[in-house]
Design a protein around this ligand. Structure first.
Ligand code: AMP
Length: 542
């Protein structure tokens, strides 16, 4: 027997309709690419998103067509986001930090028909446009006054393009399993892989993200997503904030410490979200200028492990942290670290122990850890295994790749290695490719990195496994010192001694000027392994 409830497909554009109706005057503030601060609200964004849909239809864009955006977090990007999805086209957010050849590969693989870009990326697109045969038109997110002279095909300024539509337009209703958006993983090996979200998965993910123990905002809060729309849907914030009427502050192109601080401070932001490198820049800026942020209640941090020292810095300034883990394939939220009973009462180092884990999943994500043969491993907080996940907002296949990516129980292998404890708290110890295999045992590179960055002279640290004749692999600690600071190999090793098992201690420390990052801010270990490929340990003969 079927239930007798209404057939109300979960469609992404219903979120912005809801925001316009019930939170219409809630503001969306942007540091625009052109420079000035721009203020609008959900009602206006909804009205202009309808014009985007109408303009796309005028251009012949139909259900299932891909429309690429190469753009920062701005109000215009949000209008495009909903306008594309409202007609059942697919909003393909492209990461502009990728190499031009990778951008071209991704646009060609997705077969994007229209590319909507910020002014910033016009020059790079002009260079690759000749190799993008599927693209029929480029729309530049600006007005006539700022429109550059460009060789891009059928280029038009966004404001002119939408001005030609009156906005009297009805969004479509279709099956909730229709594709809504896509995002390619920034894989460090092999070709990028396209993750294709559906309307249903995005709406369900937004509902998951809305809970107090997830992103934790409400209609009376203000959220600044430093995490870009092109990094896994800005972790769901572009859906969850409007669905709750949370005020949004969009940082545009400026993500340095001073610029982010300025917006957090002037807009009295209560919640913000971004990767650890962003918070490193913010904390450094605040420390060197003796600044405070009395309104900031919560920092959501994910994308890479949040170092313990960083968690402590935020707690010391009275700001809660929410360490989150996830991935593009998971829409992306997988777990978040909140203090559930009996941990809520903990204080000091014991509190940090829990906050430093990647946390436990919201309803809608299931996890397990297995060995290489697929056998489930115990949740004892010690045993490392391959982390596998299932849920309604988790990929079951990649776009135009004919391969099964799920195990026989329908779980997706995340490529991460983790432990899970008896309370369900998960702790990432490595990417499976980065784990250091020493004498048959595993050493967590993330644990070593977290410990090394707590040294006061260390700006950033990375650990890679280097071949060792006796142990197979041993850890090499690579350190970038803070500007103007000094520390020797011995200083750093003696700082780490006693805080980890003896056999986990790095065999050597190498100092570098800068640590390379991927397009989403993760340490680029493939480049470091390449850089140190002819390195051998001083004790290698032992
Ligand atoms: P992406 O799809 O670019 O978001 O990358 C997902 C990957 O980032 C995950 O599979 C993890 O390896 C890594 N990651 C994300 N969040 C965390 C975290 N909190 N701690 C450690 N690694 C993380």
């Amino acid at each position: 027997m079927l239930g007798l409830m209404q057939d109300w497909p979960l469609l992404c554009h219903r979120i912005i309709e809801h925001a316009a109706k019930y939170h219409g005057t809630r503001e969306v503030i942007t540091r625009s690419v052109e420079g000035p601060i721009h203020r609008t609200n959900y009602a206006e964004i909804h009205a202009r998103a309808l014009k985007v849909s109408q303009s796309l239809e005028r251009d012949g864009i139909k259900l299932g067509d891909r429309v690429a955006t190469i753009a920062w977090n701005t109000w215009r990007h949000l209008e495009v986001w909903y306008g594309v999805m409202g007609i059942g086209a697919i909003c393909h957010t492209v990461n502009p930090r990728l190499f031009p050849e990778q951008i071209a590969w991704i646009i060609n693989h997705a077969q994007d028909r229209t590319v909507i870009t910020d002014l910033t990326f016009v020059p790079v697109l002009e260079k690759i446009a000749g190799s993008l045969p599927s693209v029929e038109r480029y729309i530049v997110l600006t007005d006539k006054a700022h429109m550059p002279n460009t060789t891009l095909k059928n280029a038009v300024a966004y404001e002119d393009w939408i001005a030609a539509s009156d906005g009297k337009f009805q969004w479509k209703t279709f099956d909730e399993n229709t594709a809504a958006a896509m995002c390619y993983t920034s894989g460090t090996t092999g070709d990028p892989k396209g993750v294709l979200y559906s309307h249903r998965s995005n709406v369900l993910h937004a509902l998951m993200a809305n809970s107090k123990d997830a992103l934790g905002t409400s209609a009376s809060d203000t959220m600044l997503p430093v995490v870009p729309l092109f990094h896994a849907n800005s972790w769901g914030i572009a859906f969850s904030a409007p669905s709750m009427g949370t005020k949004l502050v969009m940082p545009g192109p400026k993500l340095d410490g001073a610029s982010v601080y300025e917006l957090l401070e002037t807009e009295k932001v209560t919640h913000t979200a971004g990767v650890p490198t962003v918070w490193l820049m913010l904390l450094n800026h605040m420390a060197s200028n003796k600044l405070t942020l009395p309104h900031l209640r919560m920092v959501v941090c994910g994308g890479s492990a949040m170092p313990r020292s960083m968690i402590k810095s935020f707690l010391d300034m009275g700001t809660e942290v929410r360490h989150a883990w996830g991935m593009t394939e998971m829409s992306p939220l997988g777990t978040l670290a909140t203090l559930k009973p009996p941990f809520a009462e903990r204080s000091g180092e014991e509190r940090l122990d829990v906050l430093q884990t990647q946390g436990y999943p919201p309803f809608g994500v299931q996890m397990k850890i297995t060995d290489d043969a697929g056998k489930e491993l115990p949740w004892d907080g010690k045993t490392f295994g391959r982390l596998k996940v299932s849920g309604p907002a988790i990929a079951k296949a990649y776009f135009r790749v004919d391969a099964n990516i799920l195990d026989e129980d329908g779980y997706f292998d995340t490529g991460d290695v983790s432990t899970i404890d008896g309370h369900g708290y998960m702790r990432i110890t490595d990417r499976s490719k980065d784990v250091i295999k020493s004498g048959g045992e595993w050493i967590s590179s993330i644990d070593l990195e977290n410990l090394a960055v707590a040294h006061p002279a260390v700006a950033e640290a990375a650990v890679i496994g280097v071949h060792h004749p006796k142990w197979d692999e041993r850890p090499l600690l690579i350190v970038q010192l803070k500007e103007g600071q000094k520390a020797s190999r011995e200083d750093i090793l003696s700082f780490m001694e006693g805080k980890i098992a003896k056999w986990w201690m790095p065999d050597d420390v190498a100092f570098v000027e800068g640590i390379p990052h991927t397009a989403t801010g993760k340490i680029l270990k493939t480049a470091l392994r390449d850089q140190f490929k002819s390195y051998s340990f001083p004790n290698a003969a032992a």
